[in-house]
Design a protein around this ligand. Sequence first.
Ligand code: NDP
Length: 336
Amino acid sequence: MTDINLTLKEVRRLAFDCLLANGCDQANAEAAADNITMAERDGYQSHGLFRLPAFVVSLRNGKVNGKAVPKIDTLAPGVIRINGDKGIVALAHQRSRKALINRAREQGIAIAALTDIFHMAALWPDVEPLAEQGLCAIAMTSSRSFVAPAGGVRPLFGTNPLAFAWPRKDAPPVVFDQAVSVMARGEVQIAARDDHALPAGVGLDAGGNPTTDPQAVLDGVMLPFGGYKGSSIALMVEMLAAGLIGQPFSPEISAASNNDGGPELGGQVIIALDPDRFGDKEGWRDHCESFFEEMLSQDGVRLPGQRRHAQRETALANGIEIPETLHKEILDLSSA
Ligand code: NDP
């Protein structure tokens, strides 16, 4: 497969033009293009331009509202709800971030319940900006049923990502962002596209047998990481990102799907905490830094997010590579 090199400015333009040509207004196209560009910049190809054709399908058939106007209301002093108006989630985040930060600073803790949104992106862009403002943040979202509960062989849970961000003293925040499945579905799709075998343990075929064939896993079921432990985290994400906020559980998302391959309507929860308000205002930064220092004193250990930040430096300097076929597909979608 031949790759072509794009600057990040070109990535954003490519995404923006395609979204605008397929039913997004300026604000929605800009927010989603920013999110896609961040994913490419930080080496998350599975949530970058690769996702654009799927968004286009759902914009064209009217499932996704390209002219969404997110609305914010207050449910309790520490709980805000953002109704995403059936749009791509990026704009809902942009429009509500300040309110969440302000509430967390006032209350010590605040929760954003995002409803009626289409989330098919990485979660770290939803929490990292909060940690850059000195807050700890935890985000979760459910998705279609793809993952078997521990012991089962049929899909139940979504790939249900969970992201956590912690502010640091003189360094970028520590951020982890991980699906509950052994591998993100986008990575399995990319392996199928590129005809690469998967590592063992990623999923089962439709007959419930272990397989390393990515297409067989896509047609069968994915497995949670760490067996019953990942399965329980998937359960927690279902409760918080769906049950708590009146949004569909993963099986309900699947049942309501038009199976167009695009994103699915659901919810997301973001919990923001202000460490200055938990009793160690003067000490927590140095205390946590000493912990990171001890962690990093072991050979072979790194903090989550470090690979992403290193990749960011490379992308800012040299741009990124995408398959020529994907580039052409996006240009065609932008002009059709
Ligand atoms: P990975 O397994 O690639 O990475 C998970 C996390 O672990 C990252 O934060 C990564 O940091 C960190 N990490 C990896 N290796 C190490 C290491 N050796 N030491 C310390 N930390 C490490 O992610 P997944 O495949 O589980 O998920 C990929 C993406 O898919 C996520 O962004 C997720 O949000 C997204 N997703 C979105 C869904 C949706 O519906 N919107 C559904 C499912 C997944 P680093 O980045 O620095 O490597």
